[in-house]
Design a protein around this ligand. Structure first.
Ligand code: 4AD
Ligand code: MG
Length: 467
């Protein structure tokens, strides 16, 4: 459908052509002499209006009601000018074939508007709706634009490991990897395809990865650093995991992160890269997902197109951590969490800042962040956007062995297990910097969708790993 309808002329150039459409029926309206069947194939938001008269091959299935909302069909016909005002073209059908029937009594997605909360319980069917179809296409475009941006700027994509022994953020928010080891010969024989259950008494549930502790990665940064200090500019784009038990509209247990790492670079280079990247992907979506963006602008968040255009075209505001704290201290608003220099900014503070000014503000955190000359702060930045809050977190990395070792001692990190990471400082260390962008938060920001659970096909949040 996109192939025919997505041009400037909305398909007029294809008049008279015979085409085949395969998709799912959105609506079927029978009038006295004709039946209108709206078919959607997911290639775009638009349906194809199919006009069916009683002489059409396969008409009996239309007449008997089998061609109903949700059924899958194949339609063959000629592209003609539409009489209706909603679209420029439609198909004068010659033949319709019912491919998959639908049980209308139990199909949960009928035409009426359905809440996103309800749709989360049927995440396997929600891509059949306008909203989730559009989110999936915009997510795809953002992902394509991400690779395009970095590839065109000389970055090499690195696949970071999912299973790791390191805790990059040092926040202890990791999921543990467990091995199921069959303890008997019989168990080994039956272990091939299915996971034997504990009650069979033949499996030893061991709490580790073949005898060593292992976790699902919280960030690919440390691994990216190893490649940046060899290939110069690299990026990762893959799933990451956080076992934080927070039920918010901005946190997932499994989310995708984009993590560029730049060699011979400082915090300013890092911020410049983050800005250029964000402006590029947002601009790409505005340019290439017009129909879906119009939909979001009308139904999900009014004004989102203008807001994204501002992001794509205007300079970002920058504010230091110290200035941000000062601003918050002067604010008339009463905050739930105290504002004090040295404390991390909370979401409510970020929200206040983004509602009053756009900003990127450093915070004080992870062991790998480079200490500033003041000995008190680190060379780090966050990029905050309205509604979503923190979209990007990044920093210049501590490239000086001594400083890094001291910091790790302070935080009581086991130097043994980070010895490989310290090697990067022992052998030809260079100043380097990078950032991580939470991909679902980018999807949230770009579509206006309220809850991060609706920005990923199958959300993983505390207690929910269905589908
Ligand atoms: O700020 P974070 O924790 O930074 C890092 O992980 C660094 N190692 C990144 C780097 O410098 N390479 O996470 C980065 C971003 C956040 O700004 C946020 O957008 C997203 O990841 N994020 C989450 N997104 C969804 N659900 C969660 N639970 C998230 N935690 C972080
Ligand atoms: Mg952060």
């Amino acid at each position: 459908i996109a192939d025919v309808k997505s041009g400037e002329d909305e398909g007029v150039g294809r008049l008279g052509e015979k085409i085949v459409v395969r998709g799912w029926v959105r609506t079927c309206r029978a009038q006295r002499s004709v039946t209108f069947v709206e078919v959607n194939d997911g290639s775009c938001l638009s349906n194809m209006q199919c006009v069916i008269t009683s002489d059409v091959e396969g008409y009996d299935q239309v007449e008997s009601g089998l061609v109903a909302t949700g059924a899958s069909v194949m339609v063959v016909g000629i592209v003609v000018r539409s009489q209706g005002s909603k679209q420029k073209i439609e198909i004068k059908v010659e033949k319709i074939v019912l491919i998959g029937e639908i049980d209308s009594a139990t199909f949960p997605i009928q035409k009426k508007r359905i809440s996103n909360e309800f749709l989360r319980n049927i995440a396997h069917l929600r891509p059949r709706t306008n909203t989730f179809g559009a989110v999936a296409r915009v997510r795809n475009a953002l992902s394509y634009a991400t690779h395009k941006f970095f590839q065109e700027n000389g970055f090499v994509w690195i696949s970071n490991p999912i299973i790791t022994a390191s805790d990059c953020e040092g926040a202890g928010e990791q999921f543990c990897v467990t091995t199921l080891i069959p303890t008997t010969r019989k168990a080994q024989e039956t272990h091939v395809s299915a996971i034997p259950s504990k009650k069979d008494g033949i499996v030893d549930w061991s709490q580790d990865f073949f005898g060593k502790p292992a976790f699902l990665t919280v960030s690919g940064q440390l691994n990216a650093e190893a490649y940046a200090t060899a290939l110069s500019d690299v990026y990762t784009f893959g799933p990451t995991f956080r076992a934080e038990n927070s039920n918010t509209s901005r946190h997932l247990a499994e989310f995708w992160m984009i993590e560029p790492e730049l060699a011979f670079a400082d915090l300013n280079d890092d911020m410049a890269c983050a800005t250029a990247y964000l402006q590029y992907v947002v601009g790409y979506v505005l340019e290439n997902c017009k129909e879906d963006m119009d939909f979001f602008n009308t139904w999900i968040e009014k004004g989102i197109i203008d807001r994204l255009r501002d992001v794509a075209e205007k300079d970002f505001f920058q504010i230091t951590y110290t200035d941000a704290v000062e601003l918050l201290l002067k604010a008339k608003k009463k905050f739930e969490f105290p504002v004090k220099w040295g404390l991390d900014l909370q979401s409510e503070h970020e929200r206040y800042i983004t509602e009053n000014i756009f900003s990127g503000c450093p915070d004080i955190k992870a062991f790998y962040m480079r200490e500033n000359d003041d000995g008190k702060t680190v060379a780090a930045m966050d990029l905050l956007v309205p509604r979503v809050g923190e979209l990007i977190g990044g920093s210049q990395r501590e490239e000086r062995l001594e400083y890094l070792e001291n910091r790790m001692e302070e935080l009581k990190l086991e130097k043994e297990s980070y010895s490989w990471y310290l090697d990067l400082r022992r052998f030809g260390s260079v100043p380097h910097a990078g950032f991580g962008l939470g991909f679902e938060r980018l999807v949230q920001f770009s579509t206006g969708i309220d809850n991060i659970r609706d920005a990923i096909p199958f959300p993983r949040t505390p207690g929910s790993a269905q589908f």
